[in-house]
Design a protein around this ligand. Sequence first.
Ligand code: PMP
Length: 404
Amino acid sequence: MAEDPTIDRGFDLDRRLREREQATLRRHLDPAATVDARTRFAEDPRGEAPTFGAKRLVFASNNYLGLATDDRVRRAAERGASVGTGAGASRLITGDTGHHRALERDLAACKATERALVFSSGYAANVGTIAALAPDVIFSDELNHASIIDGCRLAGAETVVYDHRDPDDLRDRMAARERAGGDDEAWLVVTDTVFSMDGDVAPLEDLCTVADAFGAWVMVDEAHATGVFGDGGGIVQREGLADRVDVQLGTLSKALASQGGYVAGDEALVEYLSNVARSFVFSTGLAPPAAAAAREALRIAREGERTATLWEHVETLRRGLESMGYEVRGETQILPVVVGDRHDALALSERLRERGIVATAIRPPTVPDGTSRIRVTPMATHTDTEIQTCLNAFESAGSAVGLL
Ligand code: PMP
């Protein structure tokens, strides 16, 4: 053991955090408590114990269909809890339950695949799947989610980043890589289908065509599309591409109102992942209440009523914001209201908050310089009046900040 008291091999975490703050603003776990995931947000402005005082309308949740507070989903979670609040072990040991199996059957049916496998989060599904596939080369959209990027790192593969939503750039990069590499390499193209910060959609059919030309597999992350597009089956289903996409991955934590991730694909893929994906094999099975809740949420989502209401809200918000002069990007339920300057975005978010609306400012480095924005995400459970309240707040807050 070292005797010299001047030696310090510790970690100066405070200094490291201060250094990071130079690039980005520090974020805190909000002492505010979300007391109702449907619309309500309570906070203590002093940062002390929650007072459950100020109620605000949340336009910053991924609970797109509002099912996290649906009584049918709650009751399903209770049924799941009757076999245990936790799985108690990895699925391969003793953590497997009928709730997991039933959810996987329903996911596979919805996705038009032979099988599905659930993980403890979407993050775990991405890192575990990409690392297990261990491609030689991965072609990844430049705006892919962090869990895909981490999966690429963990796979130790050569990763080629192609321009956002650009099949021509993908083709050029594949052609260049083909000239440099061997014939027997395994190639994987991976993309989000709905991009979380821009609310835009990958040109999936064109990407599949390019991938096919080079014999590459296609993997998609439908985190923001599951339950929202197609008959709940995401963009792959909407575009009729189930037989051209090799790996359909997503999360249970957004429209499906629960927690966990999934991979859907053919029998061989699921057999392989359930034996090789380390985040599946060496992690406790998804909690049974989460599996049961997600299954019920998927059933409700597939009925289509919630989705129809969500799209009505999206249209009302988009039209209303654009008619005020705001630039609204994207083509999905994620409405990025681009204001440009990071200080304007923060000021607008703050003025909205004062007017009872919670909508988050997204700034560099999360988005490119000059494209700071407010990310607005309605939920199917917002009422028409609440949507109007949001629009009114944008009008008066935008004027107060000098944006309109
Ligand atoms: N992929 C995408 C595109 C996401 O947005 C997210 C969540 N932010 C994840 C994966 C991770 O999913 P989970 O929250 O279930 O870990």
